[in-house]
Every structure is written in structure tokens, then in C-alpha cells.
Design a protein around this ligand. Structure first.
Ligand code: ZN
Length: 307
């Protein structure tokens, strides 16, 4: 879809709330608007317990604090929609490829049922939402993954949407920002899932050759095929505090090497210290940090990543 097509096409407007009603359910691409947000359904009801410090706080207070624990700063997971509302100007976003769904090509037992359940629970059609909008006034192409859709696993739909987003960024010569969170490859799609790593990485290499700017943002947790492909390929790699980020989980590594690993192993801070992450950014500063980076690289509408 070219830039022109995108805007000539009649836009479908969909309100994308936190969750208790489906996101973008029209089955077509559409703009996500901030108004008319129903409250997110939280099984615990009015209160939330912090998994890190066990402080109990009002859900409303927690949401006001961008879902960061008011006591210890623990960053709760966000849905893709919540994140879009937090970082995009006016919470607005024009979505790409909303209609893509997996076809269960391998007829993997119970995949269709699990997939359907995830669609119903999240209102998403797969584990990523991609599209375009502005951040701090700068036009950007953005992909945001959601862990609550089958653990943010990378299947053929996620890979295709990410690759399409990269290609949109390339055509428009706009910066690309991907917020990753993933348990890894989607086993129900086997090799078709693994090939998404190569496909998205090849697209990023091309984007990079063209001089495109790619900012990768790691959120909790990011593992497996996603960390071993696009999440690691950013010109900048930012991470939220405490975000677990690695390839294999700590238990598997400990059992393999028969050694105890440090407590903060694979956290954003550990990765910062060891050079895998460029900056750890608290949620309330994320939008400003992205704006600053965009401002550094976008000169009169032209993007330069220094290459
Ligand atoms: Zn806490």
C-alpha cells in the first residue's frame, strides 16, 4: 500500500480501548482513536498487587501512573493498544494489515482453538499491531507486540506484518520503531515461524542500506526468535526497566552450564552494562526519549542514521 493509497482509501475508524471490547475488530485496517475508552477489564477488580514488591494499589492509580508500580517502579506489561495510546501523538494511529490472520498451515493440533481464544481475549488478530502516526510531530512507522496474544510468539502473521511495516518505512523514508515482547517462535507454525526471523532481518538490512533509522524498544519479556532477529537489529536499542531480554531463558542456561547466574541476569540493566542495550528508559520518559532521537536524525523531513 503506497502512501497515497493509504489516505485515499476510506478510513475505518475504530476505538481502541484497553480491552474489554475488541480492538480493530472490523477486520480491516483503520485508525485507532483515543476517545470513548471503556475501562480495561482487570480480573482482580479494583486493586492490583505488584508482583515485585507486593504493594497493593488501586487499579485506577496504577493506570494513572502508566501501569508502573507507585512504590517500586515495577513496569507492568502493557497491551499493544495501551502502548500505542501512550506513545503516539494524541494516541492516534493508522493501522496496517489488521485483517491478517493465521491459516494453521500445518494443521497443528488445537492451534485453531488456541488462536481463536487469543483473538477473543485480546481483540487482536495476532500478536502485533503495525501502522503509522506521529511521535512528537515526527512521522513514524511503528510495530507494537502484545505478550497477551499467545505469549507474543512470532508466527507467519507477525513476521509478515513486521516485514510490511519495514517496507512501508522504506517507501515513505520514515523512521521505524518496533516495541518487542515475545516468548519466541510460535511452535505451532514450526519452520514457517522460524523463516520470519530471516525475512524480517533481510528487510531491516535493506532498510539499513537505504539509510533508514530503526529504533528497537525491548519490553518485558523479549526472548527467542524475536530477540534473535529484529529486536537486536536496532540502530538504537532501548529497554524498559527490568525488562527480561535474552535468547534462552535462565533456567535452561543454568541447567546447561550447571552454574548459578546473577540475580539480575538478562534484565535490561544487565544488558545495558554488557552492551546489548543502549539505554534503559522509564515508561514516563519513553515518548520524550523517542522524540529526542527522532529530532537528532530527521533533518527537514529527511532521515539519516549516520550511514
Ligand atoms: Zn512494586
Amino acid at each position: 500500500m503506497s502512501f497515497i493509497d493509504l489516505f485515499q482509501k476510506k478510513r475505518k475508524y475504530a476505538t481502541v480501548p484497553s480491552t474489554d471490547r475488541p480492538v480493530n475488530r472490523a477486520g480491516e485496517s483503520g485508525e485507532i482513536l483515543p476517545e470513548d475508552k471503556p475501562k480495561r477489564e482487570i480480573p482482580e477488580g479494583l486493586m492490583n498487587k505488584c508482583p515485585k514488591c507486593a504493594t497493593i494499589q488501586f487499579t485506577k492509580e496504577l493506570e494513572k501512573n502508566l501501569k508502573v508500580c507507585t512504590s517500586c517502579g515495577y513496569h507492568f506489561k502493557l497491551s499493544a493498544v495501551e502502548r500505542i495510546q501512550m506513545v503516539m501523538d494524541e494516541g492516534r494511529f493508522f493501522e496496517y494489515d489488521a485483517e491478517l490472520i493465521s491459516e494453521d498451515p500445518l494443521e497443528f493440533p488445537d492451534y485453531v482453538g488456541k488462536y481463536r481464544k487469543a483473538v477473543d481475549a485480546t481483540g487482536m488478530n495476532d500478536a502485533v499491531i503495525t501502522g503509522e502516526g506521529t511521535i512528537g510531530g515526527f512521522p513514524v512507522v511503528v510495530a507494537v507486540m502484545s505478550f497477551d496474544f499467545m505469549g507474543g510468539t512470532l508466527g507467519s502473521v507477525v513476521g509478515e506484518k513486521i516485514t510490511n511495516a519495514i517496507e512501508h518505512a522504506m517507501q515513505k523514508n520514515d523512521p521505524l520503531i518496533i516495541f518487542s515482547t515475545s516468548g519466541g517462535a510460535r511452535m505451532q507454525e514450526s519452520i514457517l515461524s522460524l523463516m520470519q526471523m530471516a525475512k524480517s532481518s533481510a528487510a531491516i538490512a535493506k532498510f539499513n542500506e537505504q539509510g533508514g533509522l530503526f529504533i528497537s524498544v525491548i519490553t518485558d519479556p523479549t526472548f527467542g526468535g524475536v530477540s534473535a532477529s529484529y529486536a537486536m537489529l536496532g540502530d538504537y536499542i532501548l529497554a524498559e526497566p527490568g525488562a527480561a531480554f535474552g535468547f534462552t531463558g535462565r533456567r535452561v542456561i543454568e541447567q546447561t552450564i550447571r552454574q548459578k547466574l546473577p540475580d539480575n541476569f538478562q534484565t535490561a540493566e544487565f544488558n545495558l552494562k554488557h552492551g546489548q542495550v543502549d539505554m534503559v528508559v522509564v515508561r514516563k520518559d519513553m515518548k520524550n526519549t523517542l522524540t529526542r532521537l527522532l529530532d537528532l536524525h530527521v533533518v527537514k523531513g529527511e532521515v539519516a542514521n549516520g550511514k
